[in-house]
Design a protein around this ligand. Structure first.
Ligand code: PLP
Length: 393
């Protein structure tokens, strides 16, 4: 069939450019030591930054949630699927974020992708201007496109060009949209300066804290706590499938913003509410994040990060200067990055190679992610394997 043949040709082209993506199948829970496609591996690739994804207390809370609420929600939030567990989770998140947001209210979405698309399409329309950071996550890019707003991409962390754009904008609604921790580089957006710009120019600041929530800040409240920010101009998105170890995401903002999202965010309105048991498990996760155990795990993650930096001795490859759990080693060409990932795999390390279009052409990299569940010994093993590999190439 001709249509199939055309797709096959495209797939072969991806093969030729080392761009064809494949999945590996894990047989064990998300943890540093995993069984993948039947092989024991040491994983440095999950976003389970605090090591909570298989925490016994969360497993128990999920079981308890299923017993109490059943499995399926049976409907969308606005019809019949909004359960007490969802409601309690939103109240808990709002209370948690209250130090950083005025009149804080929170709304739980099934995924971060949906939360980002929901926020941007609900707040921006054809007449709005969206100022989007150039390294933003795909879900923010898609949300901006779907809103049909006038999208202006500003270069990474370039506040001067952003300020010019904001000053020149005559749109009634202006949004500045940014990741807080850039997912492929691990660096932080200059949020205090961005917020000052937004307040000066009457623009919303939409912050996607997928990699900061749970990890940054003394209490794990994320990037806003890290920088000590508080403002009604902030619209904060945290995902709950990364450090929180479960799944879903939330938007926290001024209560009026949340009320508006409830009316207009299509990825929230036109989808079945996620299993209430997940929300129940997330309450237990927030207890951990907010408590002593969370604090210990955040400190441990920082210690491992410092150790990884100190154990690496690279000449051509480049470890990006990241202060988060995301520790990218930039290699350059796609095939060399793939070869490095394959060689690591041979040695039992699971580290993904990230290639264009996820990162700019010529900056293919190994994306090492650390977790509080790693041991110091495991981190040293990886650093030494990388040192050896680079010299062999
Ligand atoms: C993972 C991620 C998302 C998407 O969140 P999901 O809950 O996985 O859909 C959004 N933004 C950023 C920056 C992310 O890293």
């Amino acid at each position: 069939m001709e249509l199939i043949e055309a797709l096959d040709r495209e797939l072969r082209r991806l093969d030729e450019q080392s761009l064809r993506r494949r999945r590996r199948t894990a047989d064990t829970p998300c943890a540093p030591r995993v069984q993948v496609d039947g092989r024991a591996m040491l994983a440095f690739c999950s976003n389970d930054y605090l090591g909570l994804a298989a925490h016994p207390r969360l497993v128990e809370a999920l079981r308890e949630g299923a017993t109490r609420y059943g499995v399926g929600s049976g409907g969308s939030h606005l019809i019949s699927g909004h359960s007490r567990a969802h409601e309690l989770l939103e109240e808990r998140l709002a209370a948690f974020l209250a130090p950083n947001l005025e009149a804080a209210r929170a709304m739980y979405f099934s995924t971060g992708y949906m939360a980002n698309v929901g926020v941007l399409t609900a707040l921006a329309d054809r007449d709005a201007d969206i100022f989007s950071e150039s390294l933003n996550h795909a879900s923010l890019i898609d949300g901006a496109r779907m809103s049909r707003a006038n999208v202006k991409v500003y270069p990474h962390a370039d506040l001067r060009l952003l300020e010019d754009g904001l000053a020149a904008s005559t749109a009634k609604t202006k949004l500045v949209v940014t990741d807080s921790v850039f997912s492929m580089d691990g660096d932080l957006a200059p949020l205090p300066d961005l917020l000052a710009l937004c307040e000066r120019h009457g623009a919303w600041l939409v912050v996607d804290d997928a990699h900061g929530f749970g990890v940054l800040g003394t209490h794990g409240r994320g990037a806003l706590e890290h920088f000590g920010l508080r403002s009604p101009y902030l619209i904060y998105i945290g995902t709950l499938g990364k450090a929180a170890g479960v799944g879903g995401a939330f938007v926290a903002a001024h209560a009026t913003v949340i009320d508006w999202l409830l009316q207009r965010a299509r990825p929230y309105i036109y989808t079945t509410a996620s299993a209430p048991a997940l929300a129940h498990a997330l309450l237990a996760s927030l207890d951990l994040i907010d408590g002593e155990e969370g604090r210990m795990r955040r400190m441990r993650l920082q210690a491992l990060r410092a150790q990884f930096h100190n154990s690496l001795a690279l000449r051509r490859w480049k470890l990006l200067p990241s202060h988060t759990a995301i520790q990218p080693v930039v290699i350059g060409p796609n095939d060399e990055a793939l070869k490095a990932a394959a060689a690591l795999h041979e040695q039992g390390f699971w580290v993904p190679a990230i290639r264009p279009p996820t990162v700019p052409v010529g900056t293919a990299r190994l994306r090492v992610t650390l977790s509080a569940a790693h041991t110091a010994e495991e981190v040293t093993q990886l650093a030494e394997a990388l040192n050896r590999l680079e010299r062999m190439n």
